[in-house]
Design a protein around this ligand. Structure first.
Ligand code: SF4
Length: 255
């Protein structure tokens, strides 16, 4: 039984050959981590720190937050982390992270929105008649429960480029997580999907109807069926080849 994830599905959609390298052949990646991925992780760790403390009733202050970020960056940064854009260096990304955190802090202090979980694991079994066949796992960056409205909010932090509202209204990842939250909290009045685009310090949101969620379930089941019936994993070269950790194994990569 395979436990799917949004990233596993996206990898197949982006490039079936990369999917094969990563999940079937389980090749050792040449690029352990890109600097963009590392920055994203360290900023996520720092925001998680804020809300873990908030859940305990303590408010993190700005100097403490930045100190935390500096510590986790320095502790985990290695020379194996690859800076792909030649005109930039690790220092540039480190400073970007500081800016993201200062902006987020300023906008959201003192973090009293009733966060009830951080890095919350979600397991979704899409087809109850075939238990385990279409099973997915995900981790919600932060889950908020508004006690006044009984609305749950799924928060996600993005350190990459901002998306359009149209993209968010079709986004699969948070919609998928909302299926899990609906199962865990069937009495919820509604579920809101919220993205924090840290580069522009912009918060955007979306919602899904039950009909849209049922349609999403079917689309994912179809995609999993397609993945499992594929034997010829074709390359799909494009811009993202530069960030592909398997490019050295691949004759089709776009330069
Ligand atoms: S280098 Fe490009 S084409 Fe090759 S596996 Fe990676 S993403 Fe696919």
């Amino acid at each position: 039984m395979v436990l799917y994830s949004h990233s596993r599905l996206s990898t197949f959609e982006q490039c079936p050959l990369k999917f094969k390298f990563r999940y079937i052949d389980k090749l050792e990646p040449e690029i352990k981590q890109s600097i963009e991925g590392f920055l994203g992780n360290k900023v996520h760790d720092s925001l998680e720190f804020i809300y873990r403390e908030a859940c305990k009733g303590r408010t993190v202050e700005l100097d403490e937050l930045i100190e935390f970020y500096i510590q986790v960056w320095n502790k985990e940064y290695t020379n194996e982390i690859k800076v792909i854009k030649e005109e930039l260096n690790a220092e540039h990304y480190f400073e970007k992270g500081v800016k993201f955190l200062i902006d987020y802090f300023t906008e959201n202090y003192p973090f009293k929105d009733n966060t009830i979980a951080v890095e919350k694991q979600i397991i979704i079994d899409l087809d109850k008649e075939n238990p385990g066949k279409y099973k997915l796992q995900g981790f919600i960056d932060r889950l908020v429960h508004n006690k006044d409205t009984n609305i749950f909010e799924i928060h996600d932090y993005k350190t990459g480029q901002i998306k359009t509202q149209e993209d968010l209204d079709k986004d699969r990842q948070l919609a998928l997580y909302s299926l899990g939250i609906r199962e865990s909290f069937p009495e919820a009045a509604d579920i809101h999907l919220i993205w924090h685009f840290l580069d522009l310090n912009k918060k955007m949101s979306s919602r899904r109807t039950l009909e849209e969620l049922n349609q999403l379930k079917q689309e994912i089941i179809n995609l999993i069926n397609k993945i499992e019936s594929t034997s010829d994993f074709q390359a799909n070269p494009g811009n993202l080849c530069k960030w592909c950790e398997f490019q050295g194994y691949c004759d089709s990569r776009e330069e």
